[in-house]
Design a protein around this ligand. Structure first.
Ligand code: SF4
Ligand code: SF4
Length: 100
């Protein structure tokens, strides 16, 4: 019981152990893979990324021109980044914002 009271007073006088998310976000850790981003203006819709994707997270169409990612299927392996001939897909270590 005494330990509990000591613990309560100790916590009351110290900084909280948690962050005030979403007001205070943690910076990505070193080595974090985060998510992928695309510069769609550079994309030629060749479909190489879709063919290489092991989790079928990408859908590319030449006609009509479209490129889409299912962020919940993506395992952030980076294979699409490696094969893209235009280097328009990049790994982004930052926080992922789910689509609206
Ligand atoms: S590999 Fe690159 S250029 Fe080709 S469709 Fe994918 S993102 Fe576009
Ligand atoms: S990072 Fe990997 S899983 Fe995600 S879209 Fe690219 S190839 Fe597919």
């Amino acid at each position: 019981m005494i330990n509990l009271i000591q613990s309560i007073f100790s916590k009351l006088s110290s900084r909280p152990d948690t962050r005030r998310y979403p007001f205070k976000k943690r910076e990505p850790m070193e080595g974090s893979r985060g998510h992928i981003d695309i510069e769609i203006d550079k994309c030629i819709f060749c479909g190489a990324c879709q063919k290489r994707c092991p989790s079928n997270a990408l859908t590319v169409s030449r006609d009509p021109k479209s490129w889409s990612l299912n962020p919940y299927a993506c395992i952030v392996c980076g294979y699409c980044v490696e094969v893209c001939p235009k280097k328009c897909i990049v790994m982004n270590a930052g926080h992922f914002t789910p689509p609206a």
